[in-house]
Design a protein around this ligand. Structure first.
Ligand SMILES: C[S@@+](CC[C@H](N)C(=O)[O-])C[C@H]1O[C@@H](n2cnc3c(N)ncnc32)[C@H](O)[C@@H]1O
Length: 290
């Protein structure tokens, strides 16, 4: 059963009068009423399940325009790097980076052009399942490659990006003498035409300071609070994460009484997500796909 109250938002750094307005409008300890599921709807068999398999193949089986929100963080292709430590697998200055070995099924080391095409195919599959008033919160990371900024505009070109949120996460470990220590990631808000934020959500602003999550047996979990903010940004009840990993999006959606669909290509991570979701006292099933 979901808890009776949802955690309140982090305090916002605003001038006094704006802060007072925000406080007066801020949701108090609000009652979480789970969104009702229409048992006979085409989407209902997909809900509350972690679907084990490749995300494009699985998304292509989900009914068209059936999902309100996608909240996700793909593999960053971090091992395909001009930095020596990651390229040769020694770690170098990344000695403690959890991603040195990639994920347990996906090695995170595709030729760059292939990776870009793959991510564009993933985004097309997400757009197909998204309702006309839906949005995709697509978390990614910019980096320096061969001395030049690699932003992710090649992946996003032609997709309807409405805004970029900065996730200020601290915790960078890449002390490269050529550039400032990176301390943020980005979240692209990619929207269908009729997307509107939930009432009051615009007060969250576009810089979110949230510490990284530690102590989870997955190399790159994002914090539940990050997924929660994305879920709170919309009134839509059905949230998809096609790269579910350790299940953070499902936990966040459940905390807000929303329905969720998760996908991951690693059975170990599907099992990890299931146990994390159940630790929070929500239900989860794993469904295998051929
Ligand atoms: C950055 S992690 C996501 C972490 C997640 N946000 C969390 O909080 O734990 C990316 C995930 O994508 C999964 N993955 C890689 N290739 C995939 C594919 N083709 N289909 C589905 N999942 C895939 C990996 O197994 C990994 O768990």
């Amino acid at each position: 059963m979901p808890p009776k109250t949802a955690p309140t938002l982090e305090p916002i750094d605003l001038p006094f009068d704006e802060a007072m307005d925000a406080l007066l409008d801020a949701p108090k300890e609000k009652e979480v009423v789970p969104f009702p599921v229409q048992k006979d709807s085409k989407i209902s068999p997909w809900l509350g399940k972690i679907h084990f398999g490749d995300c494009i193949g699985i998304m292509n089986q989900i009914p068209e325009e059936s999902v309100d929100l996608v909240v996700t963080s793909p593999p960053y292709n971090i091992k395909n790097s001009s930095g020596n430590g990651l390229k040769n697998g020694s770690g170098g200055k990344w000695e403690n980076a959890a991603l040195i070995k990639g994920y347990n099924v996906h090695d995170d080391n595709m030729p760059h052009e292939k990776y870009v095409e793959w991510q564009r195919d993933c985004l097309r599959a997400m757009m197909r399942v998204l309702k006309n008033d839906g949005a995709i919160f697509y978390n990614h990371k910019w980096r320096v490659q061969n001395g030049l900024l690699q932003d992710r505009s090649d992946i996003l070109e032609g997709f309807p990006v409405r805004q970029i949120i900065i996730w200020k996460r601290k915790g960078g470990i890449n002390f490269n003498p050529g550039y400032f220590l990176p301390t943020y990631e980005v979240i692209y808000v990619i929207t269908k035409p009729d997307f509107k934020l939930a009432k009051g959500a615009n007060k969250m602003g576009d810089v979110w300071e949230i510490p990284q999550t530690r102590g989870i047996d997955h190399p790159a979990p994002f914090p539940v609070e990050l997924a929660q903010r994305c879920c709170e940004a919309s009134d839509g009840p059905i949230v998809l994460d096609p790269f579910m990993g350790s299940g953070s999006t499902a936990i966040a959606a459940s905390m807000l009484g929303k329905q969720w669909i998760g996908i991951d290509i690693s059975l170990d991570y599907c099992e990890l997500a299931k146990s994390r979701i159940e630790e929070h006292s929500y239900k989860a099933k794993i469904q295998k796909h051929e």
